[in-house]
Design a protein around this ligand. Structure first.
Ligand code: GRF
Length: 214
């Protein structure tokens, strides 16, 4: 990764997101709300789900956003599925790809097709508790603080440069489910914020550190 400072994605009022989902879509909703409320200068060009009937697709439709379902089980390989998704995103000229509960690993080719232009939100304070069920992992481990992370996607799972984090205390009375609810509140706050930071430019990556202009 280079240390070059990034320019704004595009002039204000014309920034295009592609959002990938697999399920509920509450983070998608947080992005939609941030745009509607003028907290995020962008528009969602397309929402793509790898699961038919994902509830998040209805959220997109209600907001008048175009949707697509590309069922990964219909493709011969991960690479073939990823190439189809990348093609749809490119066709819509997106500046940034936002993973919002997208439950598929992306191939190196996909990541290379959108260099430093894929974001993910993860329900732990990375690098702790990568992969699935991060809230339960944290609860079982007995940490006293967990949280949420927005990071740039690299080929390694949940390991790219960190753009935003928020801490959430783990309470003695917590269950994994109760902890997940409080972490989700933070995800919804920091994800739209991080998207805005990326689109605005004026940041660079040094090693694996994400650095905003002072
Ligand atoms: C969130 O907890 C997110 O951090 C994780 O998957 C969940 C998706 O939730 N990657 P939603 O579909 O955005 O409601």
């Amino acid at each position: 990764m280079s240390g070059r400072e990034r320019q704004p994605a595009r002039p204000a009022g014309n920034r295009r997101l592609g959002v990938l989902i697999s399920g509920r879509g509450s983070n998608l909703q947080a992005i939609i709300d941030a745009i509607d409320e003028g907290r995020l200068d962008a528009r969602i060009a397309v929402v793509i789900s790898n699961r038919e009937g994902a509830p998040g697709l209805d959220r997109a439709r209600r907001a008048g956003i175009g949707t697509l379902t590309l069922d990964h089980t219909g493709y011969a390989s991960r690479e073939a599925f990823d190439a189809a998704v990348a093609g749809e995103l490119r066709q819509r000229d997106v500046d940034l790809v936002c993973l919002a509960g997208f439950m598929r690993r992306l191939s190196g080719d996909f990541v290379a097709a959108f260099p430093d232009a894929i974001l993910n939100v993860h329900p732990s304070l990375l690098p702790a508790f990568v992969g699935r069920d991060a809230q339960r992992q944290a609860w079982e481990h007995g940490v006293k603080v967990s949280g949420a992370t927005v990071h740039i996607v690299t080929p390694a799972l949940d390991a790219g440069p960190i753009v935003r984090q928020a801490a959430v205390p783990v309470l003695p009375s917590d269950t994994p489910e109760a902890l997940a609810v409080r972490i989700l509140v933070e995800e919804h706050r920091i994800y739209p914020e991080a998207i805005g930071v990326i689109l605005d430019g004026g940041w660079r990556i040094d090693g694996r550190r994400f650095i905003e202009r002072a």
